[in-house]
Design a protein around this ligand. Structure first.
Ligand SMILES: C[S@@+](CC[C@H](N)C(=O)[O-])C[C@H]1O[C@@H](n2cnc3c(N)ncnc32)[C@H](O)[C@@H]1O
Length: 390
């Protein structure tokens, strides 16, 4: 029993508890059949909601962290025989019997910590209701910080993007300037195919103005009018280390042969994504965030007798080619020494272009990934642009 109490104490003290459920009654006469515990934030303080399941109703009470262990002990000793504990680092299945020693089965974690807020209101890095100069200038919010309804999806996407950026910060070289001196090398970032640059401005604002990092950010796009517009806003807002250049991704080269630390490319069409990835790897970028779209290249190349009956349907061929293109890109990045995850960028209800290739440099090249890439290429008879990455 002591071991069980120790596991529970650890999960409370280290705030790793995601869900705890008690079931299988010791005595049939007990009023509540099961009890479930979940963390929640109450006025900024981590508390635990205790949910008691009676035959015909469910009741709740909220406890402070330090009040939980005595209750858990009582429930284990007096009420229940089975405990399922889900923590950030592991899952535990515990069976308590009156006669034998308790059985504790530890498994790898299956749950992640949810966003903790009692009213489930999402906490954004850039909250609605706070005026941000660039969001006002780009027409996303009014002067008081209220987000315009028609731009809410964009606002959510900007915050989602910043959340992903915040997750990859530990993989970027440490170039923070506590006292904002200019002497230190900046963190160099390029946003390829920046368009109207909502996300480029957001990135600059977050890294430079919120986190006080020394950054130098370039947004590149084919469109002259868009570039002029973005440069005008950057100048007005005195975002001095943010500049916009007109040009084609495939032809872009860094003037002074300076390597780039992070490459962003969001919705740059078709093979423009491949050129962005190739450049990123050749610079040795520590982080690559890429949301591909319009993956048309393989559509007319793909051929495989077994799969012909499926791929004869244009829409299936199109969707499959998008998956294959990004899968091959991911393998190529792994071969080149990146750890790759495919993460959901925007909710599917807003756009189907919602998969982000998130790659962080480990330097561990993977010949096995390269071999898988070659076998897939052969199987599908395709020759994607990402092949130029050698
Ligand atoms: C759909 S917009 C995305 C804008 C922005 N990245 C975003 O996600 O909000 C795609 C942008 O990529 C630019 N683009 C496409 N191909 C490009 C290329 N080869 N070189 C530079 N820009 C390109 C287009 O001009 C367009 O502005």
């Amino acid at each position: 029993m002591e071991k069980i109490i120790e596991i529970l104490r650890y999960s409370l003290e280290n705030e790793t508890l995601i869900k705890l459920s008690f079931g299988s009654l010791r005595k049939k006469s007990n009023l509540f059949k099961k009890t479930i515990v979940r963390p929640l934030l109450l006025q900024g303080e981590l508390c635990y909601q205790i949910e008691y399941h009676f035959t015909n109703k469910v009741t709740h009470s909220n406890l402070k962290k330090e009040e939980c262990l005595p209750l858990f002990e009582e429930l284990i000793y007096d009420t229940y025989k089975q405990i399922n504990l889900f923590c950030v680092d592991a899952d535990y299945q515990i069976l308590v019997s009156n006669t034998d020693k308790p059985k504790i089965i530890k498994k790898s974690a299956t749950k992640t910590m949810p966003q903790l807020a009692h009213n489930k209101e999402k906490k954004y890095i850039l909250p609605d209701g706070t005026p941000f100069d660039f969001l006002i200038r780009l027409g996303v919010m009014d002067n008081s910080g209220k987000v315009f309804q028609k731009h809410y999806a964009k606002f959510r996407q900007i915050n989602r993007f910043l959340e992903i950026v915040s997750d990859v910060l530990p993989f970027l070289p440490e170039k923070t300037l506590p006292d904002n001196k200019k002497s230190q090398e900046p963190l160099r970032i390029i946003d390829f195919g920046c368009g109207k640059a909502y996300l480029t401005f957001a990135l600059y604002h977050y890294l430079k103005l919120i986190l006080s990092k020394n950054v130098s950010i370039i947004g590149l796009d084919l469109k002259t009018d868009v570039i002029d517009f973005c440069n005008m806003i950057a100048e007005d807002l005195k975002y001095e280390e943010l500049q916009f250049l007109e040009g084609d991704i495939a032809e872009y080269s860094e003037k002074a042969n300076i390597d780039i630390d992070m490459v962003v490319t969001l919705h740059a069409c078709d093979t423009a994504t491949d050129y962005a990835l190739i450049k990123a790897v050749n610079w040795g970028a520590s982080v690559i965030l890429s949301v591909p779209c319009c993956q048309h290249e393989l559509f007319s190349q793909i051929s495989n007798d077994l799969h012909k009956p499926i791929l004869k349907h244009g829409i299936l061929n199109e969707r499959f080619c998008a998956v294959l293109t990004d899968g091959l890109r991911g393998l190529k990045l792994e071969e080149q020494g990146y750890e790759v995850s495919m993460v959901e960028f925007a909710s599917l209800e807003h756009t189907s272009k919602n998969i982000m290739i998130r790659a962080v440099k480990t330097g561990r090249k993977s010949a096995a990934a390269g071999e898988k890439y070659r076998r897939l290429k052969e199987y599908w008879h395709v020759n994607p642009t990402i092949d130029r990455l050698v």
